[in-house]
Design a binder for this molecule. Structure first.
Ligand SMILES: C[S@@+](CC[C@H](N)C(=O)[O-])C[C@H]1O[C@@H](n2cnc3c(N)ncnc32)[C@H](O)[C@@H]1O
Length: 241
């Protein structure tokens, strides 16, 4: 079995405006098309909340430029109208055109430029504002950036502030590792090629995320492989009658 190893990814060390980083973010969109990330997330989000009774408050952690969720908004908006979406990332990558495109689909998007660990400390602090409650938190290719103790802090903040979490991360295994070494065939640059391998080594398997979830009382947890290379985790707060 591959032991989990978290190492800093090259993209995270580059400035938001660095052309090499911009190219790597474009590579990521190609990887998403290849991995059918949007289709996977739309399916799982529909399962989580088939028919919202009210406009949902959704938070995406590590949202990048916000375009992955934009593709999802285009598909889900008829069933999920008037979503209030917060796109959290430590880099300021969401542009006005993206926000306007969300608005065209009836979703209100705002970006929150903050380190997730600062967000997590604020969300679990005694003065966390009531407005910071989320119907759903999404994390795609994000949680694997953190090792056990940091991850526990982030998961604790999600459990304290949200009713649902959906996370889809790299699956840590030999097949995904082999795939990550072949990502150059999609035209990925050196940063993306290196980070793909690091991501798989930092990915998840079995029940690793469930084991880090802060207590199972009051929550239903589901964790499973998805597609050839992904590993998804879902936590749902049990409704009290
Ligand atoms: C691999 S990208 C994934 C982007 C998007 N979720 C997607 O799937 O296309 C990871 C993102 O996490 C952000 N990130 C990394 N560490 C972070 C941190 N400590 N706090 C907030 N964002 C962070 C990076 O800036 C980057 O945009």
């Amino acid at each position: 079995m591959l032991p989990r190893r978290v190492q800093a990814e090259l993209l995270d060390g580059l400035a938001a405006t660095d052309p090499v980083a911009a190219r790597s973010r474009r590579d990521l969109k190609r990887v998403h098309r290849f991995m059918r990330s949007r289709t996977r997330l739309v399916r799982k989000m529909r399962q989580l909340v088939p028919a919202p009774a009210k406009p949902l408050r959704v938070l995406e952690l590590g949202a990048g430029d916000g375009t992955l969720l934009l593709g999802i908004a285009r598909e889900l908006a008829p069933e999920w109208p008037a979503v209030e979406l917060t796109l959290l990332d430590r880099l300021d990558l969401v542009d006005g055109a993206t926000v306007a495109e969300y608005a065209r689909h009836g979703w209100t998007a705002r970006s929150s430029v903050v380190d997730v660990l600062d967000w997590a400390r604020a969300a679990t602090g005694s003065s966390a504002p009531a407005a910071s409650r989320w119907d759903l938190v999404i994390a795609n290719l994000f949680l694997h950036h953190f090792d056990g103790p940091e991850l526990a802090v982030v998961l604790e903040a999600i459990a304290a502030s949200a009713d649902e979490l959906l996370a889809c991360e790299p699956r840590r295994g030999w097949r995904a590792l082999a795939g990550s070494h072949l990502i150059g065939v999609l035209g990925a640059n050196a940063v993306t090629r290196t980070d793909a391998v690091l991501s798989v080594r930092a990915g998840f398997r079995a029940s690793e995320l469930s084991a880090l979830w802060p207590g199972t009382t009051g929550w239903s947890l589901q964790e499973e492989p998805s597609g050839a290379f992904s590993h998804c985790f879902r936590a749902t707060r049990r409704r009290t009658q």
